[in-house]
Design a protein around this ligand. Structure first.
Ligand SMILES: [Zn+2]
Ligand SMILES: [Zn+2]
Length: 211
């Protein structure tokens, strides 16, 4: 009920969403970990997408600890997957939410505290003024995914506007309509088709990975 974020001004807090949830869940040392993992100073280098998962699992872990749920091996990873993975059925997700709620975890609040990879990226580059000298492979794939998705969205928006304008001027005639843009990449060696997303996720055509 009371907004502690306003009354408590922590010097280390940057005020962005990530800074606020780090304070809220007492994730001390998070900034150093984020920088180390992102820049590759840690044992492994993680992309901002992987770092968002890392942060969100820490949030979930803190929330379970706050509800006095004893930690179990692999539980955080699994629960996080059940809450967020596209491959999980909505029935399973609802069940997971209900169980957490029953165990005293404010699951809606926790989910709304989850951060996106864009938030992680902004926090690293703007709040922590970190830069990557050499972006990792995963980072480069991520930037490309984003760029192409934005392009696709823009094509859809411009097409939609244009069709609507022509329709208003009675130059064309159409009912309610919906514009979909999908870009397909075809491997000429085996004729397998991929959406851009699939190809960037798989990173290799089946015919290439078998050789
Ligand atoms: Zn920040
Ligand atoms: Zn192929």
């Amino acid at each position: 009920m009371t907004d502690i974020e306003d009354s408590e001004t922590d010097e280390s807090s940057c005020g962005c969403k990530l800074g606020r949830v780090a304070d809220k869940y007492d994730l001390s040392g998070l900034d150093n970990d984020l920088i180390a993992y992102w820049t590759g100073d840690a044992d492994e280098q993680l992309s901002t997408r992987q770092l968002a998962t890392y942060v969100n699992q820490q949030i979930l872990s803190a929330a379970l600890a706050n509800a006095d749920i004893p930690p179990r091996e692999g539980e955080i990873e699994n629960t996080y997957r059940l809450l967020t993975d596209d491959d999980v059925s909505s029935g399973t997700r609802v069940q997971t939410r209900n169980e957490l709620q029953r165990d005293g975890v404010p699951v809606e609040q926790v989910e709304s505290d989850f951060v996106s990879h864009q938030t992680v990226y902004n926090h690293l580059t703007k709040c922590l003024e970190t830069e990557l000298e050499k972006p990792s492979d995963e980072e480069q794939l991520e930037r490309s995914r984003e760029k192409l998705a934005a392009l696709q969205n823009r094509t859809e928006a411009v097409t939609s506007d244009t069709i609507a304008r022509l329709d208003r001027k009675d130059l064309i005639d159409i009912g309610e309509f919906n514009v979909t843009v999908s870009v397909t990449v075809t491997c000429e060696e085996c004729l397998q088709e991929y959406t851009v997303r699939e190809l960037l996720d798989e990173r290799s055509c089946n015919c290439q990975s078998q050789s």
